[in-house]
Design a protein around this ligand. Structure first.
Ligand code: MTE
Ligand code: MO
Length: 315
């Protein structure tokens, strides 16, 4: 891929965000038959707080209608309690975590169980970039350009048996590399789960990257889940096991505090957290709060799955 960049910027200072947006613009310009040279150096500098017509963002915005968060925001403001509970802890404390070599175990009610080396695990899948809203249950949010593939593709490949009704995901346990696991802040390992139909939904992704590069450790390298209509804690990081089960799995935040967190965790502005409202959210990088959207703005795509569920009871 030809990537043009101004000669006065050392490559060490070019973030994946800039390369990604540059490459996107290049593809767009090429498709329009215009020269890639239309990208002037001025379009490659600055922060996200620029005019919306800035060509760096226009294409990514058009996928969702909202500005995409900056690389620095996405990679320094994180929740990953295995590395500490402050937002900057995962970025600061995950430097010695080694996301390779990595093995993913497929187990439970499935016709193709086994231990898959990560490259073999990923090889059959068509990797794509997708921009999704991310809404944390704590009422902050971002817009993030993930890279990955639909979890449903994996489910079809490993072929669950008729007994499989839920999928349970487990994070790696490595207290030597994950200082938070040497504390009792949560029960380890972190576990999450989905109903099988949620796992098969085309919006649900297994994610390997952000901004076109491999996931940084603090974002859940080398493999994490993204379910964009659910609160962020469903998006379990650094997955080592995917188990197909009959019963609804007990998940980490549900086990830690069943009064405040449940299995479904669908984004719902009408059901408040016991300690705060969920009606609005603080979009990182913006001053005014935004209204939180039902199912995080994905109601048209996913609402039908919950037609029979009491959304006020099943949190
Ligand atoms: N293993 C593990 N996965 C996790 C968490 C965690 O503490 N441990 N935090 C969750 C929460 S609360 C959120 S909001 C998202 C944050 O993902 P991000 O840091 O990439 O934005 O990761 C989720 N996945
Ligand atoms: Mo979260």
């Amino acid at each position: 891929m030809l990537i043009r960049r101004p000669p006065d910027i050392p490559s060490s200072e070019i973030t994946p965000e800039r390369v990604f947006l540059d490459r996107r613009s290049f593809i767009r310009h090429a498709a329009l038959g215009t020269a890639a040279a239309a990208l002037s150096p001025s379009t490659l500098s600055g922060t996200r707080h620029t005019a919306p017509q800035d060509p760096r963002f226009s294409e990514l915005e058009s996928e969702l209608g909202e500005p995409v968060n900056a690389w620095t925001e996405i990679t320094t403001y994180n929740n990953f309690y295995e590395f500490g509970t402050a937002k900057e802890d995962p970025h600061r404390n995950s430097g010695s975590f080694r996301p390779r070599p990595w093995t993913v175990r497929i187990e439970g009610h499935v016709n193709n169980p086994g231990d898959y080396e990560l490259d073999d695990f990923l090889a059959p899948h068509r990797i794509e970039d997708r921009v999704y809203r991310m809404r944390c249950v704590e009422a902050w949010s971002m817009v993030i350009p993930w890279r990955g593939f639909p979890l449903g593709d994996l489910v079809r490949r490993v072929d669950p048996t008729g007994d499989a009704r839920f999928v349970e995901f487990t994070t790696i346990v490595r207290p030597d590399e994950m200082p938070g696991q040497r504390t009792g802040v949560l029960p380890w390992p972190y576990v999450e789960g989905l109903r099988l139909d949620e796992a098969m939904h085309p919006l649900t992704m297994l994610v390997t990257g952000v901004y076109g590069v491999d996931l940084p450790n603090q974002n859940g390298a080398p493999l994490r889940l993204i379910v964009p209509w659910k609160y962020g804690f469903k998006g379990i990081k650094s997955i080592v096991s995917i188990r197909f089960v009959e019963e609804m799995p007990m998940t980490t935040w549900w086990a830690a505090n069943a009064r405040e967190y449940g299995f479904y965790a669908n984004v719902n502005p009408e059901v408040d957290h016991p300690r705060w409202s969920q009606a609005r959210e603080r979009r990182i990088g913006e001053l005014r709060r935004r209204e939180t959207l039902m199912f995080n703005g994905y109601a048209n795509q996913v609402g039908q799955m919950y037609a029979d569920l009491d959304l006020t009871r099943w949190i």
